[in-house]
Design a protein around this ligand. Structure first.
Ligand code: PEP
Ligand code: MG
Length: 934
C-alpha cells in the first residue's frame, strides 16, 4: 500500500509534517517497508513465476529462470506497484523506491564485479518495460545505459574494441534521446546518415571508431539544441530518467490503444527491469536472437526462431534486417546452439507450454534474456494443446487452458479455393507468419486502413515493415503484408496474436509508402488495387480472389470427410475434453432447421432461442404476415394467422428434428409489427408517384391503406413500444397459433418416435400478470392439441428476463414461470438506457475515454446488468428451487460473460451456431476457474 503522508524508511521512525503528539504510532506490522525492488542473480532470485502481477511477465520469467540455474545476466525488477505509485503521486517516484533501487544497484555491482560510472570497469545496464500481459513493442526500452565520455573509454579498454564501444554509446544516446528526452528519432537518424554519407559508408557496420565518435558529437549537439541542456552524463541521472520514461510509456497512445483492443486493464501498470548488459554486438562471435520452442503459426513441433550475428536484440524484432533461421546457428556456433536447445526444452517442460525466448551470445557465451508462454494463432493453439497431451506433458484439462476460446473462431475463417488459388500466378513469396486467406484492396498506412474499412471496403495493409503505431490499421485489415522483417518481427507477432493473416519479409516487394505504390512481380500496384496472399504458404498474388469455408466448416457442412482433416480431428478432440470439464449446457440461437443442424454439428445440445418471427420474413410468408397485421377485424386476422399455421408447424418440426430430441426453446413473437411492413417514407413516395402519374387506381388505394396502417403503427420508440408479450396480449390469436404450431410439430415427431420437450418462452415480461395472461393461452392450446392428437407431451412454459422490472420481481414471476432465459441484449439496453441500435456511435468514445472498459452489448457489464442477472437468479431459485436458468442474449457466446454466468450458476448459455465451439471451451475454462475459487 502507498503511504502518502508518512514515509517509512527502514530503521528510522516515521517522519510526518503534523505535530508529533498528534501522530498515531504506526502499528508494528507497518514498520516493514513495502518491497518495490526484487533482485535476481547468482542462481537466486527474490521473485518467481507466480509473481506476474507485481514483477510483470518479463520480471517473473527472469526470476524463475535464475532460480532454475539458467544463465541469466543479473539485475533487478522495479515492481508494477512502484509504477502505480508513480502515477498516484502525480508522476513522482517516492524516496523508498529510490532507496531500494540504489541498494539493489549496489548489489548488482557486487554480483557483476563492475561499478556504475566507473571508468576502469563500468557497469552498463538495460532498462526494459514488462507488464503482466505481454504488449510487444508498445512500451520503451533503453540499452547500454551508464555510458558517458569517460565510461565509454573504460568499455573500450575492457573489450579492446573502440568501434564497439562508440557504437554502443551512440545507440544509447539515440535511444535515451528519443525515449527519455522525447526528441524525434529522425533528428538522430539525419545526423547518422550524414556521417555515413560523408564517409561513403553503405552499411552501419562500415563506420569506424572515428566516424562513430563524430556521430556521438553530433548527437550531443542535437540534444543541446532540442533541450537546451547537455546530454546527461551522470549514470544515476540516466537510470532515473530511463526508469521514469518506462513508467511513462505505459500511457503512450500505442500502449493505450493496444490495451483497449486486448481489454488489458489500465490500472495494472508496468514493471521495469534493470539488467546487466550483455553484448550481442561485440563481434562476429556474438549474436542475438529470439525463438519459440514450437512453431507459433502452425503449431508444428520444431525449434523455431531467428538470429542476427553481431547485433543487439532490438534489431531482430524491429524488422530492419531480415535475420537468419535459428537452425543456421547450429552451423556457426554449435556449442551455444546446443545449450540453447537444452535450456529452452527444459523451460518448455517446466512451464508446460510453448516458450517464446530471447537470448544473446557474447563471445560464444549464451545468456537467456527472456522466456514467456508464446503467443500463437488459434490454429497453432489447437495443434500444440493436443500435441502436449499426446506427449504426456499435460492432462487434457490442463491443455484446455492453453487455448484462448475466442481464437477458435480463427479456425472457422475462410480459406482460398485450392484450385482457383493454384491457377493464379505467384507474384512473390514471403514468410508465412500467420495463417489465413487475405484478399482486399491495397492500402499503405494504418489510418487509411481504418478509413477505407469504415467505408465498408476490405483492405490489405502493405508496409515496408509495421511498427507498433500501426496496430489500429492491422486490426481492421484482412491481412498484413510486409517487405522486411522475419517471423518474429512486429507484423508477424502481432498478426499471429490477432489471428490476422500475415506474410512478412516478402523482400521482392518494393514499397513506396509516400507515393502509395508497391512493385511486385513486374507490376505496379497503387492504392485501391487488389492483392491476395495465403498466410500459411507465404504466396502473394495480384488479384481479387474469392475465399471459401475453412476445413472445419467443410467437415461441418459435410463437404469434406472428417478423416481427411487432421485439424478437424484435433479441434473435435479438444472440444470433447472441454465437454467433460464444463458444467453448463451449451445451446444455440437458431431459427431455421439448417442453422439448427450446423449448431448441432458444432456441438450445441439444445436451442436456447428460436426467434419465431424470423420465419415470417420469407418471401412467401410476408404477404400473409402483412394481411395479418392489416386486418381491421378479428375474423380477417384469424384467417391470416391460420394460413401461417402450417408453415410455422413445418419450421418447428424441422428445428426439433435437427436437434435430435435436445431441448428447444421457442419464443413467441417479439418485434414491433411495423418491422414487417414497408417503410413509411417509401410508401409516401409511391403514393405520390401514383397520384402524379394517374397510376392504377386499385394499386393507389391499396398503397394508401397500407400507408394509413403504417402511420397508425408508427412508434417514436419502437424498442420500448408495442412488442414482446405486449403483442401477444393485444393479439392473442398470434400466441394461440404459435403454440398450436409448436405442439402439433412436437406431437407429430413424438408419433414418429422422437421425443421432444418444447420450452415455450414469453418475451419482454416485466409483470407477473403479463406472463400469466400468456401462459393461460399457452396452457389452453397445449391441452387442446394434446387432446386432439391423443398424446401427452412434456412441455415447459417460461419467460425471458430482459426488462429490469422482470429481474427485480423475478420471485413473483418464478411462481408462474418454469424457466428463465436472460435476454441480456434488451436487459443491457434497458438497464443503461442505451439504444442497442444507436449506441455504437458513442460507445466507441466511451471506451476511448475509458468510461466503459468494454462494449456492454458484447461483454456483460457484471457490475450493473450482471447484478440484475445475479439477483434474478437468486429470487427465481427462492420461489422455485428447480427453476431452469439460461441466457440467450449475445453475451452467451462471449468468454468473459460466460465466466460470469458460471459464477451466478446458470444451467446453460445459448449463442449463435458459429460461436458454439468458443462457448464450449469458455464454459470448460469457467468451470475449472470457479472450482479453484476464482
Ligand atoms: C435479448 O434481448 O437478449 C434477446 C435475446 O432478444 P432479442 O435480441 O431478440 O431482443
Ligand atoms: Mg430481447
Amino acid at each position: 500500500m502507498a503511504k502518502k503522508t508518512v514515509q517509512l524508511v527502514k530503521g528510522k521512525r516515521p517522519v510526518a509534517k503534523a505535530p508529533a503528539a498528534k501522530v498515531k504510532a504506526a502499528p508494528a506490522r507497518q514498520a516493514k517497508a513495502t518491497r518495490y525492488v526484487y533482485f535476481f542473480g547468482n542462481g537466486k532470485a527474490d521473485g518467481d513465476r507466480t509473481m506476474k502481477d507485481l514483477l510483470g511477465g518479463k520480471g517473473s520469467g527472469l526470476a524463475e529462470m535464475t532460480n532454475a540455474g539458467l544463465p541469466v545476466p543479473p539485475g533487478f525488477t522495479i515492481t508494477t506497484a512502484a509504477c502505480n505509485l508513480y502515477y498516484e503521486l502525480g508522476r513522482k517516484v517516492p524516496g523508498e523506491v529510490e532507496q531500494q533501487m540504489e541498494a539493489n544497484l549496489r548489489k548488482l555491482e557486487k554480483t557483476a564485479g563492475q561499478q556504475f560510472g566507473s571508468v576502469q570497469n563500468p557497469l552498463l545496464v538495460s532498462v526494459r518495460s514488462g507488464a503482466k500481459f505481454s504488449m510487444p513493442g508498445m512500451m520503451d526500452t533503453i540499452l547500454n545505459l551508464g555510458l558517458n565520455d569517460e565510461t565509454v573509454e573504460g568499455l573500450k579498454a575492457r573489450t579492446g574494441n573502440g568501434r564497439f564501444a562508440y557504437d554502443s554509446y551512440r545507440r544509447f544516446m539515440q535511444m535515451f534521446g528519443n525515449v527519455v528526452l522525447e526528441i524525434p528519432k529522425e533528428e538522430f537518424e539525419k545526423e547518422f546518415d550524414a556521417v555515413k554519407h560523408e564517409g561513403g559508408a553503405k552499411l552501419d557496420t562500415d563506420l569506424d571508431e572515428q566516424a562513430l565518435r563524430d556521430v556521438v558529437k553530433r548527437y550531443k549537439a542535437v540534444v543541446r539544441a532540442k533541450t537546451g541542456k547537455a546530454f546527461p552524463s551522470d549514470p544515476m541521472e540516466q537510470l532515473r530518467g530511463a526508469r521514469n520514461a518506462v513508467f511513462r510509456s505505459w500511457n503512450n497512445p500505442r500502449a493505450k490503444s493496444y490495451r483497449a483492443i486486448y481489454e488489458i486493464p489500465d490500472h495494472i501498470g508496468t514493471a521495469v527491469n534493470v539488467q546487466l548488459m550483455v553484448f550481442g554486438n561485440s563481434g562476429d562471435r556474438s549474436a542475438t536472437g529470439v525463438g519459440f520452442t514450437r512453431n507459433p503459426a502452425n503449431g508444428a513441433k520444431e525449434f523455431y526462431g531467428e538470429f542476427l550475428i553481431n547485433a543487439q536484440g532490438e534489431d531482430v524484432v524491429a524488422g530492419i534486417r531480415t535475420p537468419m533461421p535459428i537452425t543456421e546457428l547450429e552451423k556457426v556456433m554449435p556449442t551455444a546452439y546446443r545449450e540453447l536447445r537444452a535450456h529452452t526444452t527444459k523451460l518448455e517442460k517446466h512451464y508446460k507450454d510453448v516458450q517464446d525466448f530471447e537470448f544473446t551470445i557474447e563471445n560464444e557465451k549464451l545468456f537467456m534474456l527472456q522466456t514467456r508462454n508464446g503467443k500463437r494463432t488459434g490454429y497453432a493453439a489447437v495443434v500444440i494443446a493436443t500435441d502436449l497431451v499426446a506427449e504426456k506433458l499435460l492432462k487434457p484439462a490442463e491443455a484446455l487452458l492453453l487455448v484462448e476460446p475466442s481464437s477458435l473462431s480463427q479456425l472457422l475463417s475462410p480459406v482460398f479455393d485450392p484450385k482457383e488459388w493454384k491457377s493464379i500466378p505467384v507474384a512473390t513469396k514471403g514468410l508465412p507468419a500467420s495463417p489465413g486467406a487475405a484478399s482486399g484492396q491495397v492500402v499503405f498506412t494504418a489510418d487509411e486502413a481504418v478509413a477505407w474499412t469504415d467505408q465498408g471496403k476490405k483492405v490489405v495493409l502493405v508496409r515496408k515493415e509495421t511498427v507498433p503505431d500501426d496496430i489500429h490499421g492491422m486490426f481492421v485489415s484482412q491481412g498484413v503484408l510486409t517487405a522486411t522483417g522475419g517471423m518474429t518481427s512486429h507484423a508477424a507477432v502481432v498478426g499471429r496474436q490477432m489471428g490476422k493473416p500475415a506474410v512478412v519479409g516478402a523482400s521482392e516487394l518494393r514499397v513506396n509508402e509516400e507515393e502509395k505504390v508497391v512493385h511486385v512481380g513486374g507490376k505496379a500496384l497503387h492504392e485501391g488495387d487488389y492483392i491476395a496472399f495465403d498466410g500459411l504458404s507465404g504466396e502473394v498474388k495480384v488479384e481479387k480472389v474469392a475465399t471459401k469455408p475453412s476445413e472445419i466448416l467443410q467437415v461441418i457442412n459435410g463437404t469434406m470427410p472428417e478423416k481427411d482433416s487432421e485439424i478437424y480431428q484435433r479441434f473435435k478432440k479438444l472440444l470433447e475434453w472441454a465437454d467433460k470439464a464444463r458444467t453448463m449446457g451449451i445451446r444455440a440461437n437458431a431459427d431455421l432447421p439448417d442453422q439448427a443442424e450446423i449448431a448441432y454439428a458444432f456441438g450445441a445440445r439444445g436451442i436456447g432461442l428460436c426467434r419465431t418471427e424470423h420465419m415470417f420474413f420469407a418471401d412467401d410468408r410476408l404477404p400473409i404476415v402483412r394481411r395479418m397485421i392489416l386486418a381491421d377485424n378479428e375474423a380477417d386476422r384469424k384467417a391470416a394467422v391460420n394460413e401461417l399455421l402450417p408453415m410455422q408447424r413445418a419450421d418447428f418440426y424441422g428445428v426439433f428434428k435437427a436437434m435430435h430430441g435436445c431441448p428447444v426453446t421457442v419464443r413467441t413473437i417479439d418485434p414491433p409489427l411495423h418491422e414487417f411492413l414497408p417503410k413509411r417514407e417509401d410508401l409516401m413516395v409511391e403514393v405520390a408517384t401514383l397520384q402524379a402519374t394517374n397510376g392504377n387506381k386499385k394499386e393507389l388505394e391499396e398503397k394508401k391503406d397500407l400507408l394509413a396502417r403504417v402511420e397508425q403503427l408508427h412508434e417514436f420508440n419502437p424498442m420500448l413500444g408495442h412488442r414482446g408479450c405486449r403483442l401477444g396480449i393485444t393479439y392473442p390469436e398470434i400466441t394461440e397459433m404459435q403454440t398450436r404450431a409448436i405442439m402439433e410439430a412436437a406431437c407429430q415427431l413424438n408419433k414418429e418416435g422422437l421425443k421432444v420437450v418444447p420450452e415455450i418462452m414469453i418475451p419482454l415480461v416485466g409483470l407477473v400478470k403479463e406472463f400469466r395472461d400468456q401462459k393461460t393461452i399457452v396452457e389452453r392450446v397445449c391441452q387442446e392439441v394434446m387432446k386432439e392428437q391423443g398424446i401427452k407431451i412434456k412441455y415447459l412454459v417460461g419467460t425471458m428476463i430482459e426488462v429490469p422490472r422482470g429481474a427485480v420481481t423475478a420471485d413473483e414471476i418464478a411462481t408462474e414461470a418454469q424457466f428463465f432465459s436472460f435476454g441480456t441484449n434488451d436487459l443491457t439496453q434497458m438497464t443503461f438506457g442505451f439504444s442497442r441500435d444507436d449506441a455504437g456511435k458513442f460507445l466507441k468514445i466511451y471506451q476511448e475515454k475509458r468510461i466503459l472498459d468494454a462494449d456492454p452489448f458484447a461483454s456483460i457489464d457484471t457490475v450493473g446488468v450482471g447484478k440484475l442477472v445475479g439477483m434474478a437468479c437468486e429470487l427465481g431459485r427462492t420461489a422455485r428451487p428447480d427453476i431452469k436458468l439460461g441466457v440467450c442474449g449475445e453475451h452467451g457466446g462471449d468468454p468473459a460473460s460466460i465466466h460470469f454466468f458460471q459464477k451466478v450458476g446458470l444451467n446453460y448459455v445459448s449463442c449463435s451456431p458459429f460461436r458454439v465451439p468458443v462457448a464450449r471451451l469458455a464454459a470448460a475454462q469457467a468451470a475449472m476457474a470457479v472450482k479453484v475459487g476464482d
